[in-house]
Ligand binder design. Sequence first.
Ligand SMILES: Cc1ncc(COP(=O)(O)O)c(C=O)c1O
Length: 403
Amino acid sequence: MLSISALARQIKPSATLAAGAMAKQLRAQGIEVYDFSLGEPDFATPRDIAEAAEAAVRAGHTRYTASNGMLELRAALSQRYQTLYGLTYSVEQMVVTCGAKHAISLALAVLCEPGDEVLIPSPFWTSYADMVQLVGAKVKLIPTSFGDRFKLHPDALRAAISPQSRLLILNSPCNPTGIVYSKEELAALGRVVLETPIAVISDEIYESLTFDGRHATCFAALQPELLERTIVVSGASKSYAMTGWRMGWAAGPEHVIQAMGSVQSQQIGCPSSVSQYAALKGVAGDQENVELMRREFEHRRDLVCEHFANLPNVRWHRPEGAFYLLFDVSAYFGQTLHGVAIHNSSAFCQALLAKARVNMVPGSAFGAEGFIRMSFASSRQQIEMGLTALRHFLLNEMLPNGI
Ligand SMILES: Cc1ncc(COP(=O)(O)O)c(C=O)c1O
């Protein structure tokens, strides 16, 4: 049998993609599932964006582009950062990537030496840890608490930084916690960063999904010195409902971005030309659809919270952005629900899927054992029915689907 490299053996398949695949498999067997596993907007990509892609194909724009992305798209992105955050990035400071995920991988590849520490506040997006391991660096998690709304405290950051620390990954609005850091909170973290030589990857993929009048803060815009230290990552997946188009980007110091472009040129050549034309329409076009989708997510957040207020023995915070709610089910550990012994978050999710046909992701995938992540990127009807089933499941009552 062929052997797998030591580096690859450390890597786990994405827990959220695996949970999503499970729901698809059950549905293919004709079994109805309330699926709250994937962080994927259920909306179709807005029509004007899809039409721009069709037009690009018809016009023959189906060849390799510049490896760091089309100039027009990088110019539109640079304009976007100017308009939204007052930041001046030249087109040489922007790289277009195959999703934000690859932008993060590229940033790690060009900034980390083997053995360097990458600091990650926990709970964290499941892929960060594997991506760090893939470049031979070491993950150093910084725990946060439910009581602090899972926000990293500046003192905890200062205490975690060691001479081996190379990078900090921040993510606001946050997957899986749904929290949004205020400008002041990020500025306080920025001051700690500047006491040290570390760099920051600021994953701002959910920047357009904030609720109750909040606004996302771009970490690089907080202070000119942070602009020199920060790689800002974002993308089209969540804001423009374009997950399958694989369009992301990064902005930062020119030498870092150029190095990311070189690595990308050797790994994938360039991002898809057709997707870049679609993203250009999204980024440069009118943002009405972004706001419509944001509002719908806010309504869903309200609906989810109404249901959660009636769930027994779970702790949770009202999501402030993104489309996730992280809830604590540890009060059920040691109990038997519908004949299944619940001893951890995985057992909880397995029982919830088997008995109530509700699919969520165990907190263990995000460094939050005891918790469960619900994605509310699903229709209001799915939310109503799925959360009603969750309530019956927790109450150990007959389930609505009669299983
Ligand atoms: C926090 C976070 N960052 C990055 C990504 C990756 O997004 P993309 O589809 O642009 O690769 C996701 C997707 O779920 C995410 O939740």
